[in-house]
Write a protein that binds this ligand. Structure first.
Ligand code: NAD
Ligand SMILES: O=C(O)C(=O)C[C@@H](O)[C@H](O)[C@H](O)COP(=O)(O)O
Ligand code: ZN
Length: 357
């Protein structure tokens, strides 16, 4: 099974994709460490916690319960877990294991980043979305009322441990949400991955082992390469945000309670694809292909609560905006992108209208 590496100036770690890897979690702990704090929701713990407990056998560990939900991806949740760590005797030798979907990966990573000014974290992703995306790359954080992930830190993990078998218990809506980030990786950097999503939908939807392995392995490879080249999103890493400028605005506009993140990214990619065509960067044919593949993995929750005029001002809150100028990641083909600043507001409005129509 493959292992991929992220190398930055300060860190090097591996993302290991291996069936049963949770049961040997101890192999990935540093030689010297104090208490281990496992952040997990009750549902994930009930389904797969015993593998992690086996993996931690012989270590001094505690579970920190996170109730789950994008609405609770807030600083208050991090503070509550940090308070609990203090109560349980956590110190600078402690370590966090973020065991769950992307929300747990982001919050658990953020907790580790700021607890006593920073302790290590091991990421164990259990949703498709977190295996193909959230657990790798070191972006951690929480939402503000004003926008998605507006507080946080880059905090690279010690290791990422991915067991594709845990995906078999994932509810179908959550599985489909993860597929949109896979399509994103195909559009921005990997035509064969895009063709898998386009031509092998029955295998993908059946969670056929070979299809899952290709989606996870190719996505993790792309993320590791991009993050190694540009850890702090000064340039290349922006491409991983394809579909997110409008997608994040949709999440915030509906108070993080209507769309799953992956669903918002799916709709955001449709908007970004219309925009790419309107801006003259993408052919009609490629634009139609991308929109068809995204729609094939629907349905999406109703877009009825969304209004273009309410989404437009939210775009400026995107972290890629600089002094009021929004930077859009546009597709220029299947597997290639360009970051473009200063597109006319009318063009952006039209792309969003076409998406909501
Ligand atoms: N840091 C990054 O690079 C990055 C990348 C992509 C997304 N994200 C973030 O990830 C979050 C979305 O993550 P998500 O889609 O994984 O949602 P999530 O974390 O809410 O998980 C989805 C649901 O599935 C449950 N679940 C998890 N694993 C399961 C399993 N194996 N079986 C059954 N149920 C399981 C969870 O408890 C939860 O209810 C968003 O907040 C997004 O901003 C971060
Ligand atoms: O890793 C990245 O870089 C990404 O942009 C991946 C995204 O899929 C992810 O949703 C990320 O959390 C978005 O980051 P943000 O900086 O736009 O909040
Ligand atoms: Zn995302």
């Amino acid at each position: 099974m493959p292992a991929f590496a992220v190398t930055t100036t300060a860190h090097r770690y591996e993302a290991t994709v291996e069936r049963g890897v949770l049961r040997r979690l101890r192999d990935f702990l540093p030689a010297k460490h104090g208490k281990v704090f496992v952040v997990a929701t009750d549902d994930v713990w009930a389904l797969h916690g015993s593998a992690v407990a086996t993996g931690l056998d012989g270590t001094d560990w505690h579970r920190l319960v996170f109730p789950g939900g994008e609405e609770r991806k807030r600083l208050a949740s991090v503070e509550a877990m940090a308070d609990r760590m203090v109560e349980l005797g956590g110190d600078r030798s402690s370590l966090v294991v973020a065991f769950g979907g992307g929300i747990v990966n982001d919050l658990g990573g953020f907790l580790a980043a700021i607890y006593m000014r920073g302790i290590p974290v091991i990421q164990i992703p259990t949703t498709l979305l977190s295996q193909v995306d959230a657990a790798v790359g070191g972006k951690t954080g929480a939402n503000l009322v004003g926008g998605k992930n507006l507080i946080g830190s880059f905090h690279q993990p010690l290791a990422v441990l991915t067991d594709p078998d845990v995906l078999m218990t994932l509810p179908e809506r959550e599985y489909r949400a993860g597929l949109f980030e896979v399509i994103k990786h195909g559009v921005i950097a990997c035509e064969p991955l895009f063709r898998l999503m386009q031509n092998e939908q029955p295998r993908v939807m059946a969670r056929e082992a070979g299809a899952v392995e290709q989606m996870v392995a190719e996505s993790v490879r792309i993320k590791c390469e991009v993050v190694t080249a540009d850890e702090k999103e000064m340039g290349l890493r922006k491409i991983l945000n394809f579909g997110h400028t409008v997608g994040h605005a949709m999440e915030a506009e509906t108070k993080y309670a209507h769309f799953l993140h992956g669903e918002a990214v799916g709709l955001g990619m449709i908007a970004a694809t219309h925009l790419s065509r309107l801006a003259g960067r993408l052919s009609e044919a490629h634009s139609q292909e991308i929109i068809d593949v995204v729609n094939a993995y629907g349905p999406f929750p109703s877009t009825e609560p969304l209004r273009t005029e309410n989404l437009m001002p939210r775009l400026v809150k995107d972290k890629k905006a600089i002094q009021g100028t929004v930077h859009f990641v546009l597709a220029t083909g299947i597997g290639s992108t360009e970051v473009v600043a200063g597109l006319p507001a009318e063009m952006v409005r039209e792309a969003i209208e076409l998406t909501l129509a």
